[in-house]
Ligand binder design. Structure first.
Ligand SMILES: Nc1ncnc2c1ncn2[C@@H]1O[C@H](COP(=O)(O)OP(=O)(O)OP(=O)(O)O)[C@@H](O)[C@H]1O
Ligand SMILES: [Mg+2]
Length: 97
């Protein structure tokens, strides 16, 4: 259903480069329940933001139902967020009304 293939992500702040994901791969199957565990700073939020289509990976691929997202444009990611992924934030991030 969802494949993460050799994903890399780093954050650049001025000349500071922080590696957040370094060659991460995983496969999620239909109906599978998966928990991602790891120490603070190990990249869990970064990974979830990428899976949720909220942030972009630098290198690698995210494959959804057999379709690569490598050449996705903004509007493809819009459609991905609308139709492929549900995201429940820890703080709900809902408009109050
Ligand atoms: N916006 C950002 N700018 C710069 N560095 C960042 C940014 N977001 C995360 N990082 C860095 O990337 C690395 C991974 O952070 P991330 O937030 O994904 O970890 P985490 O596993 O979710 O941690 P926690 O358990 O504390 O929530 C850390 O070194 C963090 O400092
Ligand atoms: Mg986090």
């Amino acid at each position: 259903m969802l494949q993460i293939k050799n994903i890399f992500k780093q954050y650049k702040t001025g000349n500071l480069v922080q590696k957040a994901l370094d060659d991460v791969s995983l496969n999620l199957r239909d109906n599978e329940f998966v928990a991602i565990l790891g120490p603070s700073g190990s990249g869990k939020t970064t990974l979830l933001n990428i899976i949720g289509g909220l942030d972009c990976y630098d290198k690698g691929d995210l494959i959804i139902n057999g379709v690569s997202t490598k050449n996705y444009k903004d509007r493809d990611w819009d459609s991905y967020r609308n139709h492929m992924i549900g995201f429940v934030f820890q703080s709900y991030n809902l408009i109050p009304h």
